[in-house]
Each structure stands twice: as C-alpha cells, then as structure tokens.
Design a protein around this ligand. Structure first.
Ligand SMILES: Cc1cc2nc3c(=O)[nH]c(=O)nc-3n(C[C@H](O)[C@H](O)[C@H](O)COP(=O)(O)OP(=O)(O)OC[C@H]3O[C@@H](n4cnc5c(N)ncnc54)[C@H](O)[C@@H]3O)c2cc1C
Length: 159
C-alpha cells in the first residue's frame, strides 16, 4: 500500500475517504486521530472542506459553460487565440488527473471552436457530453445550452 496522500480532487468522496483511511492506518496503526473534525458528508457540520472530484467537476463545468456563454459573438483574432490557449493550458493543470488526461485527448481530435459565442458554447456542450457518456450520465440537449447557462429557461422559472 502506497503511503502517498490520496488526491481528493481525483476521486469521489467515498473512495477518497477509504484511501485516506488506508494510508492513515498504514502510517499510524489503529491509533485514532485526536483532532479529526468530521465534514458534512460524514454526518458532521462543516461545509468548507476541500473539493472532491464531483464537486470540483460540477463547479468547474459551471465556470466553463458560463465563460463560453459570455464569449463575444464576433471575437477578434486575439480573443480566439487566447481562448484556444486557455483550454489547452487548463487541460494541463486541472487537478483531477484522469479528467485532465481525458480532456487533453479530446482536445487533440476536437480543438476549441472559438469563432463565436455560439460555436464555443456548442463545442463545450459536446465535450461535456463526451464525459457524460463515459460516466453513463444522460446527454444534455445542446440546443438548450444558452437557456441553461446564460438566459434562463423560457418558462421564466429562473426569473
Ligand atoms: C473538464 C472535465 C473533465 C472531467 N472528466 C471526468 C472524468 O474523466 N471522469 C470522472 O469521473 N469525472 C470527470 N469530470 C467530472 C464530471 O464531469 C462531473 O462534473 C461530476 O461527475 C459531477 O457530475 P454532476 O452530476 O454534478 O453534473 P456535471 O456533469 O458536473 O454537470 C453540471 C451541470 O451541467 C449541466 N450539463 C450537463 N451536461 C451538459 C452539457 N453537455 N452541456 C452543458 N451543460 C451541461 C447540467 O445542468 C448539470 O447539472 C470532469 C469534469 C471536468 C470539468
């Protein structure tokens, strides 16, 4: 068993907690940590713990889709190039390593479409759907992406 600290941002909370315990047990035997404060999902009260893979993913998608939603309709060459660089750089530093590697692969065969807000938002929707498919989650209807991330639903439920 490796005693390397498990990467919380690379796995769901249950797996991380299990690995953390294994590492802890291997280092300290069965001795209990005296100052351990349980977090909210352990039945405790904290809501300010480090993000696990799913929390990080959900918040990050929110940021990425919102950024795409507010990208210019007619970007200049500099903006197109900066947005392209952003996604390539982002994919090197995203803290969940399996997610980052997956995104790097996706970028190779589907580079960012930076020609307009519509193009970028649709491209990102497809990228996210590839991850959804891999994880067995339902695909999102990309026609609705601006309602979801910019305008709110047509029925007024976000107004
Ligand atoms: C770049 C990236 C790569 C990732 N790769 C992996 C991976 O390889 N393995 C892994 O286990 N996890 C990965 N994740 C995390 C994973 O995608 C989810 O974020 C995580 O499982 C939590 O899922 P969720 O059900 O909260 O919804 P999320 O998938 O986080 O979605 C958040 C919200 O986005 C909206 N949405 C869903 N699909 C789309 C779409 N196609 N277009 C627009 N809006 C949409 C929905 O309203 C949804 O509620 C990755 C995250 C990111 C940001």
């Amino acid at each position: 068993m490796s005693s390397e600290k498990p990467c919380r941002a690379c796995m769901d909370f249950r797996t991380w907690a299990k690995r953390q315990k294994e590492v802890y047990d291997s280092e300290k035997g069965a001795q209990k940590k005296q100052d351990q404060t349980p977090n909210a999902r352990n039945g405790g009260t904290r809501d300010d713990c480090p993000l696990d893979k799913d929390e990080l993913g959900s918040k990050t998608w929110g940021f990425l889709h919102t950024m795409a939603a507010y990208y210019p309709d007619q970007p200049n060459e500099r903006q197109k190039s900066d947005m392209n660089s952003f996604f390539h750089t982002f994919s090197k530093f995203y803290p969940c390593n399996v997610c980052a590697e997956d995104l790097q692969e996706q970028l190779k065969h589907s580079p960012p479409e930076t020609g307009s807000q519509e193009k970028l938002s649709q491209w990102l929707c497809r990228i996210h759907n590839e991850v959804n498919k891999k994880l067995g989650k339902p695909e999102f209807d990309c026609k609705l992406v601006n309602q979801r991330w910019r305008d709110g639903w047509l029925d007024g439920s976000c107004d």
